[in-house]
Design a protein around this ligand. Structure first.
Ligand SMILES: [Zn+2]
Length: 260
């Protein structure tokens, strides 16, 4: 009789190690907050590695008050991580690339992919996580795509057992509901130009749908820490906000080694 290997995503045990790799402060909360709080609540040791301090983001007026935005956002990241039950936060020290335009010197997207992947690879070697969680980048932000590419490269290059790579997704079906609501509530905005077919991640890619309603309070507390940022969940109907915050949509990914 052979033992079926334990599924580290569905069957989290105390002492499990999770590494969550994101691009900016708030990605861990606005993106991965429920998955982190759930794993930490079940005893996993969660490390968040954040590539930048989010200094190219926009800030809520009056929320920064003369302090540089990167410093404010790093503080928000650390406090939010604590709310979620994260044990350790590491920053890679790249600059935020911004959504578009010229790449700032020292930014994540200006750095060679091999360098970013190599740094993540060292972290994988040190922490030996069973689960590696990241955003799927389907919102198109170039830093989200970049950290995703670096994560996949780090996994295929890693020595030893590879972690289970899981991408946090927002499925197309949920974003269609969001778009319908936005168009109804704010008919005069640019939402009309969005093509519903291209929003988010194809539902067919989702491998796991988790009920995370049990950690909603932690997620909300972490969201509230990101005071300098407009929460993407603000202004939604109660139903839709609940749909975003209490159900996690995840895609297990097997990165392919380049060159065979
Ligand atoms: Zn981000």
């Amino acid at each position: 009789m052979t033992d079926t290997p334990r599924d580290p995503l569905l069957d989290v045990r105390p002492g499990d190690r999770w590494l969550v790799a994101v691009a900016h402060p708030d990605d861990e909360t606005f993106g991965c907050g429920s998955a982190i709080a759930r794993a930490a609540g079940q005893g996993a040791e969660v490390t968040v590695v954040c590539a930048t301090r989010g200094e190219a983001g926009e800030s809520v007026p009056g929320s920064v008050d003369g302090v540089d935005l990167g410093t404010v956002r790093e503080g928000e990241l650390r406090r939010a991580a604590e709310r979620l039950g994260v044990g350790s936060v590491e920053l890679l020290g790249y600059r935020d690339s911004g959504f578009d335009g010229d790449l700032p010197e020292g930014s994540l997207c200006a750095a060679p992919l091999d360098e970013v992947a190599g740094t993540l690879g060292l972290l994988l070697g040190r922490l030996r996580p069973q689960v590696l969680l990241t955003l799927d980048g389907s919102d198109g932000h170039r830093d989200h795509l970049r950290i995703g590419a670096a994560v996949r490269q780090a996994v295929v290059s890693a020595d030893g057992p590879a972690p289970l790579l899981v991408e946090q997704c927002i499925p197309n079906s949920l974003l269609r509901r969001w778009l319908d609501e936005m168009r109804a509530v704010r008919p005069d905005t640019a939402y009309h130009s969005l093509d519903p077919a291209t929003l988010g991640r194809s539902d067919a890619d989702i491998t796991d749908v988790l009920d995370t309603s049990g950690v909603l309070d932690r997620r909300e507390a972490a969201i509230a820490e990101h005071r300098s940022q407009v929460s993407p969940f603000d202004g939604l109907s109660d139903d839709l906000r609940r749909a975003f915050l209490t159900t996690d949509h995840l895609a297990r990914v097997e990165p392919v080694r380049r060159g065979g």
